[in-house]
Structures are given as C-alpha cells and as structure tokens.
Design a protein around this ligand. Structure first.
Ligand code: GLN
Length: 473
C-alpha cells in the first residue's frame, strides 16, 4: 500500500512539483480507482484552486499548513457549489449554498478538495453498502467491505489517493472503517470540532474527524479543524492545544485500562492476538496495564440504536420534497407528494430507522424506550468516568472482527448493528476515540482503539504514536 503522508506531499512540493500536478495525479487516481471511494470528483474546481495556490506560492505568499494538499471529504459535509448527496437519492441533486466550518478551515490552510466520498445513506450503516450510488470495496481485499459509514474516506487514504480525508462518526463511522482499511481514524470529543454544515444523523452523537496514514498527520488535521464555532452551539470554547507538540513523549508510566467487557466473548481470536501484541508493545515501553470494568457495555447497542434512530427520525423529517430534496414525479396532491417522495427516495435502512425512531418517541412508548435509553446513556457515561479514576486511557478492539465479505450482513440488520459493539459507547459518552493500525490478522487490517476522557485528544495522539512506533524498536 503506498504510504502517502503529508510529509511526503510536502517533500514533493518542496522538490518543485506544482500543486496543480499533485491535484492532477490525485484526481487521475480517483478517476481510475476500482474501489468506488468517490461519489463526485471535482476535476475542474480542484485544478483551478490548485493553480491559484501555485500562483500565491510563486508570489511568495504564506498559504497555510495544507498548501496544495489534495484532500477528500465525506459526502455528508456541505461543500459550497459541490454536490452533497449523503449517499441518498433524496439529495441526489443537492448543491449546498455554503460550506461546513471544517471545509472552510481546511481550505483556509490551502487544502485542495478533490471530491466527495462514498458513504452509507445518511451515515446509517457499518459497511458503506447502504448507499445509493454504488459499491465501495476494501483496498486490501476488494471482495470485502471497507467498513462504514465513512467507507469512501477511509479507502481513498488507504489507496494513497489523498494523504488525509474527513469523515463523521456517530457510532463508529470513522473508527471502524479505519480499522478495516488499515489507516488512522480519529473521533474527537463531542464539541471539539464544529458540526456546522454536517448533515445531521443523530445530533447528540455526531462528530467530524480525520483519516490519515500516520498519527502525526491526524494531529495536524486536528490543529486545523478543532475549536469553537459560534455557528454550532454545542461546540466547545476550550482552548485548542498544539496537538503536534509532545507526540514523541512516549508512554512511560501511563496507566492503560483494559476493560474486560471489550476483550471477551465475540472477539475473533486472530484479531485478539494482534491487539494483545500491540498492548504488550505499549507495556514494553513503560505503560502500566490496569484491568478495569465497564459493566453496562452490554446495554450500549440497545441504548444507542434507540437514541440514534429517535434523533434521526426527527432530523430527517426535513426531507419532504420541498426544501432541499429531490421530489417524486407527478404527485396527485400535496400529501401524495410528501409521502411518495419519502417512500421512493429514501433507502430501506433509512426508512427502517425513521419508523423505529418515530415509534420509540411516540406517546405511550417514549418512557419505555427513549427515556430509558437516555438513563442507560448516563450510566455508561458515569462508568467511563469511574474507569478514568484508575487509568489514563483505555485500550480496546475497534471491532470484534476484520472486514467481512460484501453482502454478508446487508440482509441482517441486527447482525450489522451488533458489530458496532466496540465503538458506540464512546459516542454515547461523548468521548474521543483514536484508532491506530496494528499487525494485520489473516492478512486483513486491524486497528487498536484508544479511548480517553473528554478533551484528552493530545494524550490519545501521543499514545497512538507509541502504538505506531512498533517495528522501529
Ligand atoms: N453503524 C452505526 C450506525 O449505523 C454508526 C454509524 C455512524 O457512526 N455514522 O448507526
């Protein structure tokens, strides 16, 4: 797998290659790729922006930390003038009039957005298969899924088309595809990165984060996208530290919690072996391993799917054929237009979730499902807090298995939901989670997940670097 890093991109630019040529190569690779990572490729726009940056660089202007770097953006992040479909027919021709804050921030640093990446419809899924615009394939084995929902963003980094990309993570959608594709993926603390311009799936769980080949590149991306934004009232006003500092400090004396609930039943033995080895490697560098308990982990799937679907049913009510979306043809009446638009243009999984979400919020069922799930969420949050009294970070699997075959779980929603067991509690508690590739299992990528207290991004990135350092010792 070609390791296209930001350092390598910078080396090429310093060696005299133009931004236009870098963008041209990335676009060429994207156009020829057989893995389906992109929904839209913005050839003209990207080349024009790259040429503008070349001119500014030649004029001696300081352009920014990502000057001329080709990047890719998940297709649920608004990009002004560039189609944003969320993998759905209902937004097939939606072109946003503004860009997400994260997109503005990347562009302000000179990044060149080359296109929008494939995803599960409205980010609902774990394989990128429930997407209206085609199959996305795993770069290591094209017969397997890349993970999801940010599958395209993981694939285009793993393939070496772009050094960095953005995804979103509501219940694992950055971390699980990172693990399945063998790249770094980071879900920041809820509120660390502005969600303005992210098409909402479940607003109390959604966060935006980067994919990259190295932890260092993720740290740089975090420097750029983190921080308060007045246009997202859940975004935090806390200062953003320089995440690139202290990355190489090591893990001597760091207490790493090993929650038994994540390492037991259901974890594939080969995945376990490679994860065990990565944790042992941290211990060899001076980390102290501490057994901890998170007993309510077993309720996380039920609580997550109730809360996420409830929020989704409300968020998706805005797609009515009038405001943003495509519309069913030849409606007989207004009601017919609403109902046919939604029945014909939403996919199966999205409709299932709108129905379940509406049900758990309805009078008579609200207390039994939604209110109870919120209480479970609070218990899960508290258990993490208690665990962090005994350790600094937690180390867990990202998923119980490696990537499975295309089609294997698509007709079994429950099996699909259950595969999210290792990632969703982190979103329920609003915590940051970093995934770093470790030794593959049976030839397929595996990622170790590091979970930290809220706003411990710097600590997680430093720990992630120590995971990465294996092989250099
Ligand atoms: N697989 C989970 C779901 O379908 C998580 C998706 C996500 O993080 N966007 O809800």
């Amino acid at each position: 797998m070609p390791a296209l890093t930001l350092a390598e991109t910078k080396r090429r630019l310093d060696g005299g290659e133009s931004c236009e040529s870098l963008a041209e190569k990335a676009i060429g690779c994207a156009e020829h790729s057989k893995l389906g990572a992109f929904v839209s490729i913005d050839r003209e726009g990207a080349l024009e922006r790259a040429r503008a940056i070349d001119l500014r660089l030649r004029a001696g202007e300081r352009v920014g930390a990502l000057a001329g770097v080709p990047v890719a953006i998940k297709d649920n992040l608004c990009t002004k003038g560039l189609r944003t479909t969320c993998g759905s027919r209902i937004l097939e021709s939606f072109t946003p009039p503004y860009s997400a804050t994260v997109v503005d921030r990347l562009e302000a640093e000179g990044a060149v957005i080359i296109g929008k990446t494939a995803m599960d419809e409205f980010a609902m899924g774990s394989t990128s298969e429930s997407n209206a615009f085609g199959v996305v394939r795993n770069p290591v084995d094209p017969e397997r899924v890349p993970g999801g929902s940010s599958g395209g963003s993981a694939v285009c980094v793993a393939e070496g088309i772009v050094p960095v990309s953005l995804g979103s993570d509501t219940g694992g959608s950055i971390r699980q595809p990172a693990s399945f594709c063998g790249v770094v993926g980071f879900k920041p603390t809820y509120g660390r990165v502005s969600r303005y311009g992210l098409v909402a799936y479940a607003s109390s769980l959604d966060q935006i984060g980067p994919f990259s080949q190295t932890v260092e590149d993720t740290a740089l991306m975090m420097n750029i996208i983190s921080g308060h934004d007045g246009r997202d009232n859940t975004s935090s006003t806390r200062d953003v530290p320089d995440y690139l500092q202290n990355l190489g400090d090591g893990v001597k004396g760091l207490r790493i919690g090993i929650p038994e609930e994540y390492w037991g039943e259901g974890l594939e033995p080969a995945v376990r072996t490679s994860l065990d080895e990565s944790v042992r490697h941290l211990a060899d560098q001076g980390a102290i391993l501490v057994p901890v308990k998170l007993p309510s982990t077993r309720f996380a799937i039920s609580a997550y799917y109730i809360i996420a679907m409830a929020e989704a049913s409300s968020n998706l009510s805005r797609y009515d054929g009038v405001r943003y979306s495509s519309r069913a043809k030849d409606p007989k009446s207004l009601l017919d237009m609403y109902s046919r638009t939604r029945s014909e243009l939403f996919g199966e999984e999205v409709k299932r979730r709108i129905l379940i979400g509406t049900f758990v919020l309805s009078a008579g069922y609200y207390d039994a499902y939604y209110a109870k799930a919120q209480r479970v969420r609070e218990v899960i949050r508290r258990e993490f807090e208690q665990a962090f009294a005994h350790c600094d970070v937690l180390a867990t699997p990202t998923a119980p298995t490696t990537a499975w075959k295309l089609g294997e779980k698509i007709d079994d929603p429950l099996a699909m939901y259950l595969s999210d067991i290792d990632t969703i509690a982190v979103n329920l508690a609003g915590l940051p989670g970093l995934v770093v590739p470790v030794e593959p299992a049976g030839g397929l990528p595996v990622g170790l997940q590091l979970i930290g207290p809220a706003f411990s991004e710097a600590l997680l990135l430093k720990t992630g670097c120590a995971v990465e350092r294996r092989g250099h010792l």
